[in-house]
Write a protein that binds this ligand. Sequence first.
Ligand code: GRF
Length: 198
Amino acid sequence: MIQMSSTSKTKLGVLASGTGSNLEAIMKSCQKKEYPAYVGVVISDHKDAPALKKAIAHNIPGVFLNSKLFESREAYDQMLLATLKQYQVDLVILAGFMRILSPIFVQAFPKRILNIHPALLPQFRGSHAVQDVLKAGLTETGCTVHFVDEGVDTGPVILQAKVSILKNDTEETLHQRIKEKEHILYPKAIFEVIKSLK
Ligand code: GRF
């Protein structure tokens, strides 16, 4: 049972596989007195993920869970769940976590798992969104924060922000500008979800 009192701050568990720039933006927001959340644990499936180092630099526990030690996706997700429960996490924040979560996991945190995606969902789902957007020759894209359901990038949208695509954009330059928007959007979406839960 998830407990959220109106006086205490909401405890976030962040799952991140890579750079952790969104994690960093969230940790920065959490440093503000008026922000209603704090990061209680960061979990990664990559031992050397910069996200883990960033967590530790902020004195936040960083946990590496090695998927090679588990025989199935479900077994791994059970360990993820056990770790999140051990840290008594209220909300699960996916910030560049490159694994698809099994129904076992999603059902354990109904409407309590958020993800950020580098495109304007429902368009361009999946792990090559920025590349796919560029290939489509559009002039505008963006980013989306959404609740996680049992599909891939299919859950209800919470907030979106638009980003213009420039003529000479590469996947790297475009993704960088999308991330700049993500760093504002994700803390804002987390704030709104917490407000709606209280
Ligand atoms: C972001 O672009 C996010 O939309 C996607 O993965 C990327 C993570 O970047 N899901 P970072 O690790 O937060 O820098």
